[in-house]
Design a protein around this ligand. Structure first.
Ligand code: AMP
Ligand code: GLY
Length: 456
């Protein structure tokens, strides 16, 4: 009789003794995994998945960093047909969708409806589930219906603009205006002046963010400290993945323009067991109950953007994917076989798998291009990557030039993550190593985690 096992991740093929101690023949099998996306989040997901037994990881389209942990495939995320053909040709077993756009565009529906893809596990919600991120108005209605704590709001379009003005007049500054649809992370305005808020509301409805702002959600401003909590659910069961704090502004001390994220820390000291219990009881459970009640079969990540107001959690936003750069911190703290965890999620068996996280602290420092988040140059040759120690450098915006040099290709370039015994140590190691990476114009924040260190 033959014993079938997953190909061990930590040994070379040639070193495998294909008979066990009893002389039984062993066949080791591979599992082919496809990660969709090209940023630091996808490098971190691919890095973690590559450590799973049997894993061969493909990344579409990937970047210079993902090429170190898997095989990049030149497919556009919008080309579902090409993704399908690749999955069939390469016998892909598990697909992990990194960014929100393909989910909102229905990639999971596409997979579920196609008989040829029936055996493929895909992690992410279908089009309806993805509306939690794809439409802020939908998310607010959902939260209201299922009693999830969130800021009071009013939804405006061109037909009820006067009522929108009245709502603005009825709340205190600052005024929060959100484009209903996806606006590449730029659709939220926070304004101190009532007149300016009214003017901006008009501009949004006139197409400031295109069709995404045909409806605008006006929200009451929530006070407190933000934290990102990540949930993996199979629709019935869930696990809480490590939480993280994200640093959104470009400058030290939370100054300057908003960015995609300049760093992350996990765990977050103010996320006490008591706070996380409130998150589960008041937010996670009602959210999952609501999804079920709506008939939405949700198998994937839910990223809760939360405000902690004096120990009470409120939802600022739902995202239907992992965060970036939070994932670059979070993945280093997940223990065990991540592909097993995601397979269990796809199979509805999340209650059966063992899941553990490290008690150490991860600090991620994002190196960005000079000028980012405004105009910046691309194609800058990078050096120092080979000399890094004690960190993982997740590539966010890199590629290869014609001479095979690693060059910058985006605003956010490299996320340097240290995973150490304490936040002090992790900060020290992350910054010591970040300094070694050089490219023209390189910039980063110097205060990632400093606030949390003081809070301990
Ligand atoms: P979002 O795109 O929904 O994540 O919003 C961007 C950022 O705006 C959030 O990360 C918060 O910092 C801030 N924000 C959004 N909504 C509110 C709110 N109701 N109260 C306070 N800050 C908010
Ligand atoms: N770090 C925030 C986000 O991924 O949306």
């Amino acid at each position: 009789m033959e014993k079938i096992v997953m190909y061990p991740a930590d040994i070379e093929k040639d070193a495998v003794n294909w008979k066990d101690a009893q002389g039984q023949h062993i066949t080791a099998v591979r599992r082919n995994i496809l990660v969709l996306g090209s940023g630091g989040r996808e490098h971190a997901l691919a890095w973690k998945l590559a450590q799973s037994d049997g894993a061969v990881v493909y990344i579409a389209p990937g970047n210079a960093g993902t090429a170190q942990v898997g095989i990049n495939v030149n497919i556009k995320l919008s080309d579902f047909k090409a993704i399908k053909d690749f999955c069939i040709k390469q016998e892909i077993h598990l697909v992990v969708v990194g960014p929100e756009q393909p989910l909102v565009d229905g990639i999971v529906d596409f997979f579920k409806e196609d008989a040829d893809l029936r055996g493929v596990n895909i992690i992410g919600p279908d089009r309806r589930g993805a509306q939690l991120e794809g439409s802020k108005a939908y998310a607010k209605d959902f939260m209201e219906k299922y009693g999830v704590p969130t800021a009071k709001c009013f939804k405006v379009n061109k037909d009820n603009l006067d009522e929108g003005y009245k709502f603005l007049e009825s709340v205190n500054a600052p005024y929060v205006l959100k484009a209903d649809g996806l606006a590449a992370g730029k659709g939220v305005l926070i304004l101190n002046d009532l007149q300016e808020a009214k003017e901006e509301l008009g501009k949004m409805l006139d197409g400031k963010f295109g069709a995404a702002s045909a409806t605008v959600v006006i929200e009451e401003f929530l006070k407190g400290i933000e934290v990102s909590v990540f949930v993996l659910t199979d629709g019935e069961h869930y696990v809480l993945l490590p939480e993280a704090k994200d640093y959104k502004r470009i400058g030290d001390g939370d100054t300057g323009l908003n960015t995609g994220g300049m760093g992350a820390v996990s765990p977050v000291p103010f996320c006490t067991p008591d706070f996380l219990d409130k998150v589960e009881q008041r937010i996670v459970k009602p959210t999952l109950k609501g999804l079920k009640a709506e008939g939405i079969d949700y198998k994937g990540f839910i990223f809760l953007g939360l405000m902690n107001d004096n120990g009470n959690p409120y939802v600022i936003e739902y995202n239907v994917r992992m965060g970036d750069p939070e994932t670059e911190a979070v993945m280093t703290r997940i223990e065990g076989d991540f592909a097993d965890l995601l397979d269990a999620c796809a199979d509805g068996r999340l209650d059966e798998v063992h899941y553990a996280k490290s008690n150490k602290t991860a600090v991620t420092v994002m190196l960005v291009s000079g000028g980012y988040p405004e105009a910046y140059k691309k194609g800058m040759v990078m050096s120092g990557l080979d000399s890094l120690k004690d960190v993982v450098a997740f590539h966010a915006g890199t590629t290869f030039d014609a001479d095979n040099n690693v060059v910058t290709s985006g605003g956010r370039v490299i996320a340097v993550t240290a995973h150490c015994e304490s936040i002090e140590e992790a900060r020290g190691v992350a910054y010591r190593e970040a300094e070694k990476i050089r490219f023209e114009g390189v910039n980063y924040r110097h205060d990632i985690g400093l606030d949390l260190m003081k809070m301990q």
